[in-house]
Structures are given as C-alpha cells and as structure tokens.
Design a protein around this ligand. Structure first.
Ligand SMILES: C[S@@+](CC[C@H](N)C(=O)[O-])C[C@H]1O[C@@H](n2cnc3c(N)ncnc32)[C@H](O)[C@@H]1O
Length: 216
C-alpha cells in the first residue's frame, strides 16, 4: 500500500487527520462519498487514494471556488466529480449524480454556524441509513455549536465524538472566543433513534424477566 499521498496531498489537515481520513475510507468502504469544501483538493485526493486502494467507489465534490491544480485533478478524475457550486444549494444535483444515497460525507466548507448547520441538515435527506458525516474543524466554536444544535434537532444522528483531537490553537479571537482550528468529529445517521431502540430493548427485557419489574 502506497501511503505517500498522506504526506504530499495539498490538504488543510493535520497529519493525524490525514491518516484517519484515509483509514476511515479504507475501513468503512463507502461506495458513494461526498465532500463539501475542497480548496486545493487535498482531502479529496486522500479519499480517492483510499478508494483506489479498495478498487471501487466515487466522490462527489461540492465547492463554489475550487482551486485544484490540473495535475492533482488528473490523479482523481477517474473517481471524482466536481460541482463548482455552493452547498447546500448543490446537494440535490450531487445526489442526482449518484442516484443513491451517500455512505460517507465530509463537511469542510464554510465554517460559519448557519452554514455548517445547513450542510448537516442538507445532507440528511441524501444520506444512507447507517451512513457517516465527518466534520473538520470541530474544535472551532461555530462548527461545534452547529453540531450540538443538529444533534438536538435530529435524534437520528448518533454522536461518535471527536475522533481526531489535534488542535491548532491560534492567537486570534472571533466573537469573543479564541479561534481553534482542526479536529474531526464523526456523526452516524441511524434513522431508528437510539431512544426508541433503548425503549424497545427495555420493553423486551421486561417481557423476558417480568420479576425484575415486580422487584422495583
Ligand atoms: C477549509 S477549505 C477545504 C479544505 C479541504 N477540505 C482540504 O482539507 O484540503 C474550505 C473550502 O470550502 C469552500 N466553501 C465555502 N463555502 C462553501 C459552500 N457553501 N459550499 C461548499 N464549499 C464551500 C471554500 O471555497 C474552500 O475551498
């Protein structure tokens, strides 16, 4: 396995995040991936390299201002489709290209609270049951807040937590909060909400062990 791309890709990601992104794709084996926010295409190159290693899968990239060098595009054009438009407006078009829900979505576009929330809610109708949403810069307070609101609004989203903790702590403050970049947070889309699942399991346990109920 040639992992050189992890070091050479022009990605705005920490080394731990590059490794993890590759490993997630290689391990989860998604067939249909979506990336919101690509810049120079670094993270897209890593995703496509992992798909190459698997031998199948595609990536749809949504970014209104992509800056992918032609030589980098040539390395992933066989697996990637670029929609040079903003999310969430372009998400229906992205879905129409794959004709099936996405298994894996990487959100790294506009990091403003409203945008992140719209990205998360915008992809939900196009996400496979059991599919994953990976968010970059989850240490950044606006991204973190948008994730919290999305989790509150959508119990079908399971919070897998921070899966890459490396933080880029800057000297800058925005809206009174220190600006901290980096961090991967993973969400899983489980349309059967955990709460309902727990309730049905409790009901089944009560059926199996009725004396446990009496003892209470
Ligand atoms: C942090 S960069 C992405 C870095 C890239 N994922 C990587 O790791 O190499 C953010 C990108 O999001 C794009 N962007 C901004 N608003 C967007 C939107 N509404 N939808 C999709 N992409 C957006 C910008 O054009 C920029 O290229």
């Amino acid at each position: 396995m040639n992992l050189e791309i992890i070091h050479t890709a022009p990605a705005m990601l920490a080394t731990s995040e590059r490794l993890l992104l590759y490993a997630l794709i290689y391990g989860l084996r998604p067939q249909r991936c979506l990336e919101i926010g690509t810049a120079r295409g670094g993270s897209a190159l890593i995703i496509c390299a992992a798909l190459d290693q698997l031998g199948s899968g595609h990536l749809v990239i949504v970014d209104p201002s992509p800056q992918i060098a032609p030589e980098d595009w040539a390395r992933m054009a066989h697996r990637a489709i670029l929609i040079a438009q903003p999310s969430p407006e372009a998400l229906l078009q992205a879905f129409n290209l794959t004709k099936s829900p996405f298994d894996f979505v990487f959100i790294d576009g506009n990091h403003g609270f409203e945008y992140v929330l719209k990205d998360i809610e915008g992809v939900l109708p196009f996400l496979q049951e059991g599919g994953y949403i990976l968010l970059h810069d989850a240490h950044y307070f606006e991204v973190a807040e948008a994730i919290e609101v999305a989790l509150q609004r959508h119990p079908e989203l399971i919070d897998c937590g921070m899966i890459a903790r490396e933080a880029n702590v800057t000297e800058n403050f925005y809206k009174g909060q220190r600006v901290v970049w980096a961090g991967f947070r993973l969400l899983r889309f489980c349309p059967k909400p955990a709460k309902r699942l727990r309730e049905s399991l409790r009901a089944r346990l009560a059926q199996w062990f009725p004396c446990g109920e009496k003892r209470r």
